[in-house]
Design a protein around this ligand. Structure first.
Ligand code: FES
Length: 248
């Protein structure tokens, strides 16, 4: 579906926010879902569409939070306001919306955007947000920031103070999006404390619509046969206990 780019906001040298107008897509969005964006020019080796999680939406508009990671996202960053792009979505399954709870968010790098929209949709919840990245350019508004090089927030991993923060804030439910290693470490801690946890997986996607199985991840099987689910169609949001963490 053609969507008009109505604003482009440059956050820093690596990240930008694109806002598109299209009420048909915007009105159906649930936090945690994504879209695929087709570029207006052919890029050799480029997939059919670039999968991007939805950062924000209103009745008629939706925003994508993009990190320049390669040729496709660099070209996308050069799109001009009023240009129209072909966008498919919203795709996938979103987060379950909690009510009246103390909630924990743990995000890493480009895992930030889907939880931004989720925070707006939670009903009467106290959110404690931990966000980590390599350097200060990966850091956005949150309660506790962590960088690998110490250029912003605390130096180290987003998981290093987790147990203390969970206890201090009486966390009852948790959500994440970010690197698999980070979410695996968070799950280990939350499982011991019996805290339910939903994760949004970031997996390489080719078709984005459930056809190619290029994004399959192994999930816990009820028998000895391995079982797989597609991140693009069955996810990207899963209950953490569904995932076979040792396989990803
Ligand atoms: Fe093709 Fe998920 S990307 S099935």
């Amino acid at each position: 579906m053609k969507c008009k780019l109505i604003s482009k906001q440059i956050l820093n040298k690596d990240y930008y926010i694109l806002t598109f107008e299209n009420s048909e897509i915007a009105s159906k969005i649930e936090a945690g879902q994504f879209v695929t964006v087709k570029l207006n020019q052919v890029v050799p080796g480029q997939r059919l569409g670039i999968p991007l999680s939805i950062y924000d939406c209103s009745e008629k508009t939706f925003s994508l939070f993009v990190k320049i990671l390669g040729e496709g996202t660099r070209i996308l960053a050069e799109a001009e306001e009023n240009e129209s792009l072909e966008i498919l979505g919203p795709l996938g399954q979103g987060f379950s919306i909690q009510k009246d709870k103390n909630v924990l968010f743990v995000t890493g790098g480009v895992g930030y955007p889907p939880l931004y929209l989720l925070k707006k949709n939670l009903e009467n919840c106290n959110v404690t947000w931990l966000h980590g990245g390599r350097t200060s350019t990966d850091i956005f508004e949150c309660d506790y920031a962590y960088t690998e090089d110490g250029s912003e927030g605390s130096k180290g991993l987003v998981t290093q103070d987790l147990i203390k923060i969970i206890e201090e804030n009486k966390i009852e439910y948790a959500y994440s999006c970010g690197p698999n290693g980070m979410m695996k470490a968070v799950y280990k801690i939350l499982k011991e404390k019996n805290i339910p946890y939903q994760v949004s997986l970031e997996e390489y996607m080719a078709c984005g619509i459930g056809v190619c199985y290029g994004c399959a991840v192994e999930v816990v099987s009820p028998d000895s046969e391995p079982l797989y689910k597609r991140v693009c169609k069955d996810g990207p949001v899963f209950n953490a206990e569904e995932i076979k963490w040792e396989s990803i």
